[in-house]
Design a protein around this ligand. Structure first.
Ligand SMILES: Nc1nc2c(c(=O)[nH]1)N[C@H]1C(S)=C(S)[C@@H](COP(=O)(O)OP(=O)(O)OC[C@H]3O[C@@H](n4cnc5c(=O)[nH]c(N)nc54)[C@H](O)[C@@H]3O)O[C@H]1N2
Ligand SMILES: Nc1nc2c(c(=O)[nH]1)N[C@H]1C(S)=C(S)[C@@H](COP(=O)(O)OP(=O)(O)OC[C@H]3O[C@@H](n4cnc5c(=O)[nH]c(N)nc54)[C@H](O)[C@@H]3O)O[C@H]1N2
Ligand code: SF4
Ligand SMILES: [Mo]
Length: 902
């Protein structure tokens, strides 16, 4: 038996430690009880990791060999072509015609090499990362307030706080294990929890208060709070006098913006009278929040994309930090602002300087002293002072032809950047597009001249840094598939081939990590908070045995209080040692509603999908939670736009259009809709949202405003709708509506169209199989058609078409594909369209650990008298695995059970 491997989850910034244990036919995954981030916990995405890596073994899915201009080539050729074409571009157009666009999903070692190669040796400042779309506003906020990009707190703070404010964070779905820790703490000592979010989310499940503020009004809220704290004598003036500058000015600006609670409520679109009855205080919600903030010394404010992805994102961050600085609540136990990071290595990227306005190891590209220091350390002649283009501008420069070669690694900008059609146009015009990815088809890869197959999570070795500054090892546990190679190796070989061999002599990731650590302490007098100097000479054996640790881990400048929390002593990383409160004013989002675009679309995440779905989209149990992208809309707006639940809507913005399934929901405020960020051209005909996003960015951070899209809606009424099952992927281009999902035994496509067609032609035909037959049933009058394609006794395709959405048992049919033989009763059921679990059109997966759907939970409530999540757990096991579905189970119970008070 092989040994267990301890590694780190490749999804969110919680950075859970995992234990991978070999089983007879593969591996099992579990939470690592010894890892401080999760202490054994895990969420639905982490628990399904083995399912997703199994998909990576399939040839029609995984990028296994390098390709140049559409032809499969050896690595030798691919490296030489990449290096030659880059060199050629540089010779003709200068180094600044080359750009790298990288990702918070690279490991620190990959990231370090990318940054060193382009800035230090190619001599171009143009490297940016998808963290621009994610954490850039927080980086600006941290630097302006603390002097460095530092998250002062740690996860334990959420457990020992008395008040936790979640603003612009759907922690329950996006950082589920942190949410589990918070839930457990609340059960123990009654933590007060406040959610500030324009819509009701799963995170509201454990909240005492939900403030559904007007989108984009966070600065007004925190300015109102600051002015009120000052006015009511609830700031810590002793702390301010010793440790903070800018208090008077920040308060004056806050007061000018929101002089009183009435003005604050108005700017935030809140009703002052909207009482916080849940709390029994008799006060309004806003006033209750203010009072609690004043009362609870131990307050943590968690913030994420509702704050960062905004044209005032940086100011939103500083308005939050201002309130914490004014009350002396930074880096103390249970008392700190807390930016939760999105990607597994969002933090590592910031440490190596992956953003266009960073250098390396927390140094500044505009500071000649820093530039000279890095130049000497790298022994590089090419490093120049100055910043590169931020993501949106970088793709503009590609469009105009200023940048002529771009290397995209571990990100999918054709989907995730705003104004995605323009990004695609830019890529299609770019003379040299190099893409390193794990899978063989993404919207971005479709534009690549050179495709480089990268090793995936299960195969890679390196480190990542989580939200609480904790560095952990990702360790490989299976052989790389095909000819894929680690990202650091690919770049190193290209660097050598370009003539930089002396500077890229790494034998393995431990060499890179040691160099990174050495740079972090090089001439560091303590002003660079990021210092992991104790690792500067780490050998491979020590690196392999690395236990998770928080930075700083410095030989010379280690804070006496340790690394768990920073700045708790009130000494900050500015030249004066003081933190800065910054006066900020509320500015509404850049694009507003108009006659033509009267609604605001807000985009974000689903519990069981990860970004552009390249990994989570391949697991049946993750796809079942939300098999299609939903347009969530308030009932009044649905009526206003003539939309019905379960129908399809066309969503149009100034930039583009998309089609989504309609879900009417009270969780939405009137005037706003919510759409997921995940779907794209590989998984749908028109389910992407990037094409609709205006390229509005925060002026300081360059971060796009992904949460505020003026749109209009109209119903899309197809003539027919269908459900197609296939053992192999089907090309449905030409159909106006299709969405692909991975089912338990087949692919499942929801399809719809307005033109009559030969439906049979949609059925997949297996190559080289002659024993094929199609059985069918048609009632042309009613527009009903059912087909099954059989190959011997095996089913390889099935299609159900009718005038309405097809209410069929998705799982039952898909599961037939896994059996060697389908029996006559099953054939009959297929043709009759009568499946054992048919009829439950609105059934959807709730618990992905135990595959329990809405229908089963509803049945347990009505037939078995379940009244609590505990009952549901006892009867169905649902909610007893990772716990990610508990908010939804409670919501179903709430909806189904008569309220005691009513
Ligand atoms: N399941 C899942 N988890 C993930 C990811 C994933 O793809 N799937 N991605 C990871 C990554 S990279 C990231 S960055 C994180 C993101 O994690 P989160 O930021 O928690 O997730 P989002 O859904 O993008 O947005 C959070 C909330 O901001 C709210 N919001 C919108 N506008 C405003 C506003 O003006 N003010 C306030 N206060 N709130 C607003 C939205 O309604 C939404 O509920 O998640 C990480 N975790
Ligand atoms: N509308 C809207 N847009 C958004 C957001 C939003 O909330 N709304 N959120 C933004 C945020 S916060 C983020 S972080 C971005 C995320 O957006 P992206 O980074 O574009 O999304 P991913 O799907 O994570 O893309 C990662 C790619 O890298 C590949 N990959 C995975 N592992 C590796 C590896 O080890 N090496 C290599 N070379 N490739 C690998 C995957 O197959 C995939 O193609 O989206 C942003 N865009
Ligand atoms: S919370 Fe879930 S997705 Fe995030 S690191 Fe932990 S297991 Fe992975
Ligand atoms: Mo992110």
């Amino acid at each position: 038996m092989r040994d267990e491997v301890k590694t780190t989850c490749p999804y969110c910034g919680v950075g859970c430690g995992l234990i991978i244990s070999p089983t007879r036919d593969g591996w099992a995954v579990g939470g690592d009880p010894d890892h401080p981030a999760n202490l054994g916990r895990i969420c639905s995405k982490g628990a399904a990791l083995i399912d997703t890596i199994m998909a990576e073994t399939k040839r029609d899915f995984r990028l296994l060999e390098p390709e140049v201009d559409g032809k499969q080539v050896s690595w030798k050729t691919a490296i030489a072509e990449t290096a030659d074409r880059l060199r050629d571009t540089i010779e003709k157009h200068g180094p600044k015609s080359v750009a790298f666009y990288v990702s918070g999903q690279l490991l620190t070692e990959d990231y370090y090499v990318a940054n060193k190669l382009i800035k230090g040796f190619i001599g171009s400042p143009h490297i940016d990362t998808n963290s621009r779309l994610c954490m850039a506003s927080t980086v600006v906020g941290h630097k302006r307030a603390f002097g460095a990009d530092v998250v002062p707190g740690c996860y334990e703070d959420l457990e020992i706080a008395d008040l936790v404010i979640l603003t612009g964070s759907n922690l329950a779905w996006c950082h589920p294990v942190l949410n589990q820790r918070l839930r457990a703490a609340r059960e123990k000592h009654g933590t007060k929890i406040v959610v500030i979010d324009p819509r009701k989310t799963a995170s509201c499940d454990i909240a005492d208060l939900h403030l559904a503020i007007k989108p984009g009004s966070d600065v007004a809220l925190f300015n109102g709070l600051l002015a009120w704290l000052d006015q009511t004598g609830n700031t810590d003036l002793r702390y301010v006098a010793r440790h903070v500058s800018g208090y008077e000015q920040a308060v004056a600006e806050a007061r000018a913006d929101c002089p009183d609670i009435e003005t604050t409520a108005k700017k935030c679109g809140l009703d002052l009278q909207d009482s916080a009855d849940e709390t029994g205080s008799g006060l309004g919600k806003l006033e209750t929040l203010f009072n609690w903030f004043a009362a609870f010394e131990r307050t943590v404010t968690v913030f994420s994309q509702g704050v960062n992805q905004s044209s005032s994102g940086s100011d939103k961050v500083n308005s939050i930090l201002n309130c914490h600085l004014a009350t002396g609540r930074v880096g103390k136990p249970g008392s700190s602002p807390f930016s939760v990071t999105g990607q597994p290595n969002a933090m590592g990227g910031r440490e190596v300087g992956g953003l266009a306005n960073q250098l390396a190891a927390h140094m500044n590209p505009n500071d000649p002293v820093d530039v000279d220091r890095v130049r000497r350390f790298w022994k590089s002649d090419a490093l120049e002072p100055g910043e590169g283009y931020k993501a949106v501008d970088m793709f503009r420069a590609i469009e105009t032809g200023e940048i002529k070669a771009v290397w995209v690694m571990a990100t999918n900008p054709a989907v995730s950047l705003p104004d995605a059609d323009r990004v695609r146009l830019a890529l299609s015009r770019c003379p040299l597009v190099i893409v390193s990815d794990v899978v063989n088809d993404t919207d971005t890869l479709r534009h690549a001249h050179i495709k480089l197959p990268a090793s995936g999570w299960a195969e890679k070795s390196g480190t990542v840094t989580n939200s609480e500054r904790r560095i952990s090892r990702q360790r490989p546990f299976r052989d790389t598939q095909g000819n894929a190679k680690p990202d650091w190796w690919i770049m190193t070989e290209v660097a050598k081939s370009m003539g930089f061999d002396k500077s890229f002599k790494y034998r393995d990731p431990s060499d890179i990590f040691a160099e990174h650590a050495a740079l972090s302490e090089f001439e560091n007098d303590g002003m660079r908070a990021f210092d992991i100097g104790i690792w500067r000479k780490a050998k491979k054996s020590a690196y392999d045995a690395m236990q998770p640790f928080q930075w700083p881990a410095s030989r010379k400048n280690q804070p006496a209080s340790g690394s768990e929390r920073l700045y708790g002593d009130g000494i900050f990383t500015t030249s004066s040692g003081r933190a800065k409160m910054l006066g900020v004013a509320h500015i509404p989002p850049q694009s507003q509603t108009s006659h033509d675009f009267p609604l605001i679309a807000n985009s974000g995440r689903y519990r069981d999908q990860w970004h552009t779905m390249t990994r989570t989209g391949t697991a049946a149990r993750l796809s079942a939670h939300r098999p299609e992208p939903l347009l969530e809309i308030h009932p009044d707006d649905a009526a206003r736009f003539g939309l019905s639940d379960g129908g399809i809507a066309r969503i149009t913005s100034k930039q583009g259009a998309s089609l989504m399934r309609i879900a009417i929901s009270d969780a939405q405020m009137p005037g706003q809709v919510f759409v997921p960020m995940h779907w794209n051209d590989v998984f749908s005909a028109a389910g992407g949202i990037g094409r609709l996003l205006p390229p509005n960015v925060d002026p300081h951070s360059g971060q796009p405003e992904s949460k505020h899209i003026p749109v209009t809606l109209e119903p899309f009424v197809p003539k027919w709708q269908g459900l197609l099952f296939s053992s192999t992927p089907v090309d449905l281009s030409g159909l106006p509506y299709w969405v692909a999902a991975t089912g338990p035994g087949s692919m499942i496509y929801e399809i719809a169209g307005s033109e009559p067609m030969m439906f049979k032609s949609l059925l997949p035909i297996a190559a080289n199989e002659d024993d094929q037959q199609v059985i069918e049933y048609s009632d042309s009058k009613k527009g009903i058609h059912r087909f099954a394609r059989l190959n011997g006794d095996r089913i390889t395709g099935a299609l159900f078409v009718g005038p309405d959405r097809q209410a069929l048992g998705r799982d039952w049919v898909s599961n037939l594909f896994a059996s060697a033989q389908i029996a006559p009763p099953e054939r009959n059921a297929l043709l009759a369209g009568r499946m054992p679990d048919a009829g439950a059109i609105n059934d959807r997966l709730i618990c992905s650990c135990f595959s329990v759907g809405l229908a089963a939970i509803s049945k347990a409530i009505t037939e078995q008298n379940a009244v609590s999540a505990v009952d549901i757990g006892r009867l169905l096991q649902a909610g007893t695995g990772c716990g990610s579905c508990l908010p939804e189970i409670k919501e179903i119970l709430d909806d189904a059970l008569p309220r005691a008070a009513e």
